[in-house]
Each structure stands twice: as structure tokens, then as C-alpha cells.
Write a protein that binds this ligand. Structure first.
Ligand SMILES: Nc1ncnc2c1ncn2[C@@H]1O[C@H](COP(=O)(O)OP(=O)(O)OP(=O)(O)O)[C@@H](O)[C@H]1O
Length: 269
């Protein structure tokens, strides 16, 4: 598995525009090395947009993304691809690849010379095998990607990102196809990687249980960021999600536990 070698990620005044409007703007966010940051916010609030900016997939219209002080968007593409691993919300491909071949794609940024895409060099097979085991997809290695279930695809994409051995791991709603057991297992394993991780999550319970810090987007603006217990309050849930909820310490793990009572507008006071 990758050593704990996360870098410091800093987003400074970042903005991105499309369709004549600001999709995100004035985003200032610091993620210390090896920490897990949960990115929260309602549908359309800009989580995927911010993740794509940090992944180097899109360029900010304003501001910077810095990795250990270096401008991510100024790095050579291959170096950027080595440093940042991305598990997208819905990874689609029409190619008929096996699970092993999908995971091998994670090694491409590390290759030098004129090796064919699936011509795995000696020594690299180990990284791929480790990643397959890590994400619990080793038994699926020879299966066609096209035949996988949603959860199996998500775990395969995690294996690809782990095989890449990045310094920053970006996860866009990584647990949305996973059953409860695999959700807990997935986030537990991700924490164990020790990478600087940003995960867009809709499940507030999971975010509270597995993240060190939370960052909350609302209509493209960062409205809160900080340690989980400071950010995840009933006032924030009411403001951002329009939901009446009670937040109290979880009886087992002492992290915030969210109990929703209903949409805010229907709650009588
Ligand atoms: N290329 C684009 N052109 C126009 N609008 C866009 C474009 N990309 C994203 N948007 C809009 O920007 C907003 C933010 O989208 P984004 O996918 O970042 O939200 P999100 O917080 O990830 O949402 P969800 O929780 O639904 O996945 C949405 O209103 C979306 O429709």
C-alpha cells in the first residue's frame, strides 16, 4: 500500500464559470497532509466542480490550487497525473476492459518510454495486485468491467486510484453504490491510506464518522470549513439542507450523530 505521504493541498480564491455564471467562487480551503476532508453540500452546490478543479481536470477562472505550495495547473500533465488520484462519480467506458486492465490504467502516469498501455513492466504487477486486494476486487480481476455491478465498479475505480499511488486522493460520492458493510469498509480503508483525501459525500453520518474535517458548499460558495464537530450542527443542516435535525454525540464512537426530524418547513415550533 502507499506510504503515508500526503501533501498539503491548498485552494486559494478558486472560481469556475460556465453558462455565463459562477458555478463556484471565492473557495479557500486547506487540507493538511494525510487528513480526510468531507466535502458536503446539496445537489448542484459545486462539489464535483471543485473536485475537478483540484484534480486538474479543469482550470480555475480565478485563484490557484497548490500542492505543497506548487501550482497544480502549472505542473507537467504526467506529474499532475502521478500526484492526484480521482475516483469519479460515474466512471464510464465503452472499452471492453477487464478489471485488472482498468486497475493497470492507474500505473500509466508512472511509465516511461514507449510501453504499450497494458504492457505492465516487471515490478508493477505487484502494485496492481496490491491495489486489487486492497479494494476487495482481486477475485474479479479477470471479469469484464462491463459486467460489473455499480458497487463492484466503484471498488475497481478505488483500486485503480490506489494502484496509481497518488499523494492526493479525490473521491466523488464514492459510496453511493455500496452496501452498508462496503461503505464502512471503503472509508475505513481510505482513512488507512494516510493520503490527503477529499471526499464529496451526501451521507452526513458517514462524513461525521470518517472525516477529520468538513467543508460545506452552498450555491457555489464555501459556507463552513473546520473540524467535524464544529461544522456539523443542527443550525448548519437547517440552513444548507433545509432539514430539521438533531446532532448529538454518537453513543459508540463519540463523533456527531445526526438524527433528522423532517423538512424544516414542516416542523412545528
Ligand atoms: N459545463 C457546465 N455548464 C453549465 N452548468 C454546469 C456545468 N457543469 C456544472 N454545471 C452546473 O453547476 C452546478 C454545480 O454542479 P456540480 O456537479 O459541481 O454539483 P454537485 O454539488 O456535485 O451536485 P450533486 O450533489 O448533484 O452531484 C450545477 O447547477 C450544474 O448544473
Amino acid at each position: 500500500m502507499p506510504d503515508a505521504h500526503g501533501v498539503r493541498l491548498e485552494v486559494r480564491g478558486a472560481a469556475w464559470r460556465a453558462g455565463g455564471r459562477d458555478i463556484v467562487r471565492d473557495i479557500d480551503l486547506v487540507c493538511e497532509p494525510g487528513t480526510v476532508t468531507g466535502l458536503l453540500g446539496p445537489n448542484g452546490s459545486g462539489k464535483t466542480t471543485l473536485i475537478n478543479l483540484v484534480a486538474g481536470q479543469t482550470r480555475p477562472a480565478a485563484g490557484d490550487v497548490l500542492l505543497d505550495g506548487r501550482d497544480l495547473h502549472a505542473l507537467p500533465p504526467r506529474e499532475r497525473a502521478r500526484l492526484v488520484g480521482l475516483v469519479e462519480q460515474q466512471a464510464a467506458t465503452t472499452l471492453d476492459l477487464t478489471v485488472r486492465q482498468v486497475v493497470e490504467l492507474g500505473r500509466i502516469p508512472h511509465r516511461t518510454g514507449r510501453l504499450a498501455v497494458f504492457d505492465t513492466p516487471p515490478g508493477e504487477r505487484e502494485a496492481v495486485d496490491e491495489a486489487l486486494r486492497f479494494a476487495d476486487v482481486a477475485e474479479l480481476a479477470d471479469r469484464s468491467w462491463q459486467t460489473l455491478s455499480g458497487g463492484e465498479r466503484q471498488r475497481t475505480q478505488l483500486a485503480r486510484a490506489v494502484a496509481q499511488r497518488p499523494a492526493v486522493l479525490l473521491l466523488d460520492e464514492p459510496t453511493n453504490h455500496l452496501d452498508l458493510g462496503h461503505q464502512l469498509d471503503f472509508l475505513d480503508r481510505v482513512r488507512g491510506l494516510g493520503l490527503t483525501t477529499v471526499a464529496a459525500l451526501h451521507d452526513l453520518e458517514l462524513a461525521a464518522a470518517y472525516c477529520d474535517r468538513l467543508a460545506v458548499l452552498d450555491a457555489g460558495r464555501l459556507v463552513a470549513a473546520g473540524p467535524v464537530h464544529e461544522v456539523l450542527t443542527s443550525a448548519l443542516i437547517a440552513d444548507v439542507y433545509g432539514v430539521d435535525a438533531t446532532v448529538e454525540p454518537h453513543p459508540v464512537h463519540d463523533r456527531p450523530h445526526v438524527r433528522w426530524n423532517g423538512p424544516r418547513r414542516q416542523v412545528r415550533v
